[in-house]
Design a protein around this ligand. Sequence first.
Ligand code: ADP
Ligand code: MG
Length: 424
Amino acid sequence: MSDATGPSTPSRKRSRWDIEEDITPQVDKPVPKRRTKSSAAAPNETPTPERVATPPVQSQSFIARPQPPHSRYVPPRTDHPSFTPSRSVYCYERLNSIEEGSYGVVFRARDKETGDIVALKKLKLEEEKHGFPITALREINSLMVCKHENVVGIREVVVGDTLTQVFIVMDFIEHDLKTLLSIMPSPFLQSEVKTLMLQLLAAVAHCHERWILHRDLKTSNLLMNNRGTIKVADFGLARRYGDPVGVGGLTQLVVTLWYRAPEILLGVTTYSTAVDMWSVGCIFAELLLNEPLFQAKGEIEMISMIFKLLGPPTSHSWADYHTMPLAKTITLPSPHPSQLRQKFPYITAAGLDLLSQLLAYNPDMRISAEEALKHPYFTESPLPKHPDLFGSFPSAAAGEKRRKPDSPSAPARVAEYKLLTEFD
Ligand SMILES: Nc1ncnc2c1ncn2[C@@H]1O[C@H](COP(=O)(O)OP(=O)(O)O)[C@@H](O)[C@H]1O
Ligand SMILES: [Mg+2]
């Protein structure tokens, strides 16, 4: 909550929808009058030359000729996406807030018309002084472009009382992987890790195919429903790649530190899909370990943790290392081999191979999502578990709590264990 720092303009007011308990009075509000005049053209009517003041002599011959419905250089209106005004947030009944993240608040809500349970992400626009932020447009656009079984479904964008109240309406998904990992009594089984990884890779391959970089892949941005299906969410940092970029290149202020690729840490501004693949490698490791792989406090510590685990880069593992903008500011530790095997003693050789290809130093040699999907790790035993066979867990996002066991006498640690395994 921001402090009261003086009178605020109406557009900066918080939405009544997300603070008031009773929101029903708003529902039947008459639709505000649009500024359209009765004489305005119908939506798919092309402005005709009659609107332009033309001398009568010319207009005669003009009218005589058959008019094309639109300029022959512009595709017909039906080829554009249809533009309809956004619905109001009051079409939804607010149920509970799920989380206040870095860029927005997420609520669970019910569609008053259909009864569907949805998630509404309120975009943080309060501080905007330069119009609707490009990041919000990118988030909405990326979600629309990347529709896929393993990407969270966007339903619509709705608006609140003022211009700064814009909400993305998504399908509600019961868990995020970070919260789920923290409450699970034991890590996922190998067969489950494979299913989750295949789904994540399928989503990432789909985004990359559509020229979208996610740039913030991490467990809290991976949602999972109670039917074992992963949905990649939070496209708040996503952008198209392949377009010419400005003089400064791409921003380095992307990807949460623990999942950030070494090339970004070392200052490159022309990164690509490989940055997402590094994050996928960190997620893979986190699923196996049940805790994040690199838990660094700052960038320098992050780089040294990577060097410690994988061995410092060599001319073989990263020939271009010395051309990285920040390479000169870093003192490389003495050479030593990768410690991945020691860190993951139980994974098969194929699993370790996939992990080391995801965590390859050289972005050009890092495995792509498309290639990773075909990796032998996924076809060796144990095979990926069918998503339907995943256990379900109570959803923290839906405010569900674990039922306390009736027997009170068990020692604390055992009681806790029982509590956690109860829903297996
Ligand atoms: N569609 C959804 N269904 C259920 N929970 C969601 C949904 N989208 C987001 N969340 C929850 O809200 C959190 C923050 O959402 P996110 O889109 O990651 O916003 P931020 O940009 O603030 O990180 C997620 O980590 C997840 O717990
Ligand atoms: Mg997030």
